[in-house]
Design a protein around this ligand. Structure first.
Ligand SMILES: O=C(CO)COP(=O)(O)O
Length: 288
């Protein structure tokens, strides 16, 4: 059964959202991809925070004025999930875990399984983040299996893909990204993609302050959409939402948000500062 964010959140989603012509946009107006056409911003808090700093961050987020047309997912570390569940304003924000185990729970010391997340009414999980791929040995196949399993348990997934600097410089960006996507598509049937958001996060831009240019990001996002059209289906290609992640901040978000195939962001460092994160969440321009 699909977990839903909250009734309030579903109600506030418009049937379709179109973007105001933006100076940097390659087209005059667009409908964001996705069944709801909703811009989606994730805050990946990574391995940061204390009980007290989480309280400050949550208070700051709750106090922020957020465009009602934007879907927002905050991903605290596991140990703070309950605190955030209890205190974050869920009419404005949804909650994600940053990872989960590949299958059922059991004798897997240190792991958290999908059922535990749904038991807490956590609707989302981030899977395949480059830090888990590079630091924890998560291969494309492991990530694919994790995505399929999480979906089967009713979670919605932010699935991360992206190339390293070496791969970009050797001209293999799309090959790498397509292989990462194919490993998911091999085990997720076409209908499953409705609950998946793809986060394109070039590894060289993560935590480095070296943000992809809007054109660089747009090029890969368009390539990802083309891959979906060829490999999964035209309907999925037009409905899947693709986030950009990697050194997104309050200063660079508006120009990136204006690009045709950027349907949201996955934000690391800047998601730890409520004011900056709220600015990023409000960076998409909508028609009235
Ligand atoms: O990895 C990221 C989000 O998942 C991006 O991190 P930064 O925004 O800190 O570069």
């Amino acid at each position: 059964m699909m977990m839903k964010c909250s009734n309030t959140q579903q109600l506030r989603r418009p049937a379709a959202v179109t973007r105001r012509p933006a100076a940097t946009s390659r087209r005059s107006a667009k409908t964001y991809a996705g069944a709801t056409g909703t811009f989606i911003v994730g805050g990946n808090w990574k391995c940061n925070g204390t009980h007290d700093s989480v309280e400050v961050l949550v208070n700051g987020l709750n106090a922020g004025t957020i465009d009602a047309n934007v879907e927002i997912v905050c991903a605290p570390p596991f140990v703070f999930l309950n605190q955030v569940l209890d205190t974050l304003d869920k009419s404005k924000f949804s909650i994600a875990a940053q990872n989960c185990w590949i299958g059922d729970g059991g004798a897997y010391t240190g792991e958290v399984c999908a059922n535990m997340l749904t038991d807490l009414s956590i609707p989302w999980v981030i899977l395949g983040h480059s830090e888990r791929r590079s630091l924890c040995g998560e291969t494309n196949d492991i990530v694919g299996t994790k995505v399929a399993y999480a979906l089967s348990k009713g979670l919605k997934v932010i699935a991360c893909v992206g190339e390293s600097l070496e791969e970009r410089e050797s001209g293999t960006t799309m090959k790498v990204v397509e292989e990462q996507l194919a490993a998911i598509a091999n085990v997720v049937d076409k209908t499953g993609w409705k609950d998946v958001v793809v986060a394109y996060e070039p590894v060289w831009a993560i935590g480095t302050g070296k943000v992809a240019t809007p054109d660089q990001a747009q090029e890969v996002h368009a390539g990802i959409r083309a891959w979906f059209a060829n490999s999964v289906g035209a309907d999925v290609a037009s409905s899947v939402r693709i986030q950009y992640g990697g050194s997104v901040n309050a200063g660079n978000c508006a120009e990136l948000a204006g690009m045709e195939d950027i349907d949201g962001f996955l934000v690391g460092g800047a998601s730890l500062k409520a004011e900056d994160f709220v600015t990023i969440c409000n960076s998409a321009k909508f028609s009235s």
